[in-house]
Design a binder for this molecule. Structure first.
Ligand code: 5GP
Length: 191
């Protein structure tokens, strides 16, 4: 998605440790016009697929998922990150290793909001090592629901997540794939 790549080139900041900061438009301040274009693009990519729910993870996935959901006309469920099981009733939980913080946390969704007849699209901001996405896929699996695919805004193609997840047969559509990035040479996108 050219508009997104241009924006990453203009406003993305490469940090040590393979971290790309996109706080000015994606995951702190949010450019809603850009989010609308992202939502439209996900709809175009998954227009052939039956989807009745979008699943994401707090916090930075929520805004993108909500805007995208308007194009699919479906509800959004976000997995909560927590050390304590403090949401009411029964929950599905899975463990995720955080890429940005390095620690392990639980993601959880109430059993009320994931059902066996659900056909789910996962939406998230980044795909790096794939732990967040696999955690969400595990929740879907526990519920007996169907994972129809994952829409990722920025995939860091030089990390293992995309390859590993596609190898499992999960459809992943990323709007921008970065093949290389460094503070010296900037960002190289896959065509
Ligand atoms: P993974 O679980 O695939 O290793 O990492 C995905 C999660 O880590 C995303 O949900 C995102 O929040 C965070 N993340 C991974 N890489 C980056 C990055 O380069 N920049 C930012 N801002 N977040 C990242």
């Amino acid at each position: 998605m050219e508009l997104l790549k241009e924006r990453i080139r203009k406003d993305g900041i490469v940090r040590e440790g393979n971290v790309l900061k996109v706080d000015s438009f994606l995951n702190h301040q949010m450019d809603i016009k850009l989010f609308n274009e992202i939502g439209k693009e996900f709809k175009r990519l998954f227009c052939d697929t039956e989807i009745n729910k979008i699943l994401t993870v707090e916090a930075s996935g929520i805004g993108i998922a909500c805007v995208t959901a308007q194009y699919f006309d479906v509800p959004v469920v976000f997995a909560k990150k927590s050390k304590t099981k403090n949401i009411a009733g029964d929950v599905y939980t899975s463990k995720v290793k955080s890429f940005t913080h390095g620690r392990i946390y639980d993601v959880m969704v109430s059993k009320d909001f994931l059902k066996p007849d659900d056909k789910i699209l996962i939406i998230d901001d980044f795909l790096a090592n794939g732990c967040a996405l696999l955690g969400l896929a595990d929740l879907i699996n526990q519920a007996g629901a169907v994972l129809q695919g994952a829409g990722i805004v920025i995939e860091k193609g030089f990390q293992v997540g995309g390859r590993e997840i596609r190898k499992k047969g999960i459809r992943v559509e990323s709007l921008a794939i970065i093949d290389e990035m460094s503070t010296e040479n900037g960002i190289v996108f896959r065509n």
